[in-house]
Write a protein that binds this ligand. Structure first.
Ligand SMILES: *Cc1c(COP(=O)(O)O)cnc(C)c1O
Length: 464
């Protein structure tokens, strides 16, 4: 055992070896030193447990691997082959090229973020996307915060803190990640007044609940659930009429926040931001990275008096949006202004992708796989299935798609291999009826080669 231990090199020797000199060059001495200590200790322990010593070059290889693991960012790109377009766990909306370029441009340059170039004096960051938001939605005023959850908290706190807020029982929902409407109300200092029933609520229910303490009527769009069957819910216009007559502001939290009509894409009509405002909502909140297809942001549209109040509230400073987000948002909105959104914005390109084009790509993947002689017998077919919009929008709505289906013994094991970090870009697949599905709708065409490569590697492990 002692003789085995003596075979191990010293730390200094290790660090001076050619193998590790290159690693030190790339990652710095400190990280390599720490990893060398840990690996050397581990090897020593293994020898004490009766195992033979490993060679210095093997040891250096283990140290290098350890250094790589420790210096690899935990955030890494993946290929989304799930067919869920706005996938919350995979980062929601992908940005357009224009938005990406805008973000990059402001990332490492000084800019007039809060500086009025004409006056040579302090300006406001809140003006940057506001004009475009107003123009596209018809709102009098608009302001952008960090995300839609922040937008809801800000409006409730600034507009209705210390007052009663009336909401239908059918809308007391959890939006996701523990964001629950009743809790947010409490947190914002509002007193929740729930009216109606789970399935049916009428205007009169709201009307009867109005008291001298009422500060807001709140409507929450059913963005991630459906209530069907024997149901009733007043239209936003009906609520707006009541709100106006009683001089109480009406807020709608839209969540999915679309500027385009979803109906021409074969989906049910999702209320647009423009429609909410036109129906008479005094303030409307929406997400920047759901159907809008922009960066994570909370968009608040509404009456100028209301938006001014929000801008003056101390909380807005804590929820403020950063310069790269504003740049990406502005670039995304410009695509809408120029009527280029369906062509430029990935979310809309994916929504509008045709099954015939998707089938061509799935067939191309299959052909590439079958070119490997060892994989010729793997049961792989192009099938009809569905994609979803996801991300808390259009619940239950689907788009017909074509996917590559692998009818392998253990689809879970294959899915796990596809996710393995060892791959250049891990692939996230979907499992359905005991098959592993890969949907081209959410895979960028430039990722086709990487997907085939990952699939080949994963399958060869099983069939090679
Ligand atoms: C998604 C959603 C939110 C939260 O928006 P984030 O941008 O995720 O903060 C709030 N309300 C509704 C109705 C939503 O759909």
């Amino acid at each position: 055992m002692q003789s085995e231990l003596r075979k191990l090199p010293s730390i200094d020797k290790l660090l001076q070896s050619d193998a590790l000199a290159a690693v030190i060059d790339r990652h710095g001495r400190q990280v390599v030193l720490e990893c060398a200590r840990t690996e050397l200790d581990r090897t020593r322990q293994q020898i004490l447990n009766g195992q033979p010593a490993i060679s210095p070059s093997e040891l250096a290889g283990q140290i290098e691997q350890q250094v790589r693991r420790q210096t690899r960012p935990t955030l890494q790109p993946v290929i989304n082959a799930t067919g869920v377009i706005v996938h919350t766990n995979l980062g929601r909306a992908l940005l357009s090229e224009r938005a990406k370029a805008a973000m990059q441009q402001v990332a490492s340059a000084y800019l007039n973020l809060e500086y009025n170039l004409e006056a040579g004096a302090r300006g406001s960051r809140y003006i940057h996307a506001a004009d475009l938001l107003c123009r596209l939605s018809g709102a009098e005023a608009a302001v952008v915060v960090n995300n839609n959850a922040a937008a809801v908290v800000l409006v409730l706190t600034a507009l209705a803190g210390g007052t009663e807020v009336i909401i239908s029982r059918s809308q007391l929902v959890e939006i996701g990640g523990g964001f629950r409407v009743p809790d947010i109300m409490t947190q914002s200092g509002c007193k929740l007044v729930e009216v109606g029933t789970t399935n049916r609520t009428y205007v009169q229910d709201y009307e009867r609940a109005i008291s001298p303490d009422t500060g807001l009527l709140l409507a929450v769009h059913a963005s991630n659930y459906q209530i069907s069957g024997f149901t009733a819910q007043p239209s936003l216009a009906e609520l707006a009429e009541l709100a106006q007559a009683r001089q109480i502001p009406l807020m709608e939290d839209l969540g999915s926040g679309t500027l385009l009509d979803t109906a021409p894409y074969g989906l049910t009509h999702e209320p647009t931001i423009q429609e909410s405002l036109a129906a008479g909502a005094d303030v409307v909140t929406a997400s920047g990275d759901k159907l809008l297809g922009g960066p994570q942001a909370g968009l608040i549209f509404g009456k100028k008096t209301i938006i001014d109040r929000l801008k003056k509230h101390p909380l807005i400073r804590a929820l403020r949006v950063d310069k790269t987000t504003l740049a990406a948002l502005q670039a995304t909105l410009l695509a809408y202004l120029e009527n280029k959104a369906p062509d430029e914005i990935p979310v809309w390109r994916m929504i509008s992708a045709r099954p015939a084009a998707l089938a061509r790509r799935a067939r191309k993947w299959r052909t590439a796989l079958q070119r490997q002689p060892q994989l010729a017998g793997v049961p792989v077919r192009v099938i009809d299935t569905i994609s979803t919009v996801g991300g808390g929008s259009l619940p239950g709505q689907t788009l017909p798609t074509k996917a590559l289906a692998l009818e392998v013994e253990s689809p879970d094991a294959l899915a796990q291999r596809l996710r393995r970090a060892g791959l250049e870009t891990p692939v996230i697949a979907r499992i359905e009826s005991d098959r592993l599905l890969l949907d081209p709708r959410t895979v960028l065409p430039e990722q086709d080669a990487a997907l085939v490569e990952a699939l080949t590697v994963a399958l060869l492990e099983q069939y090679g």
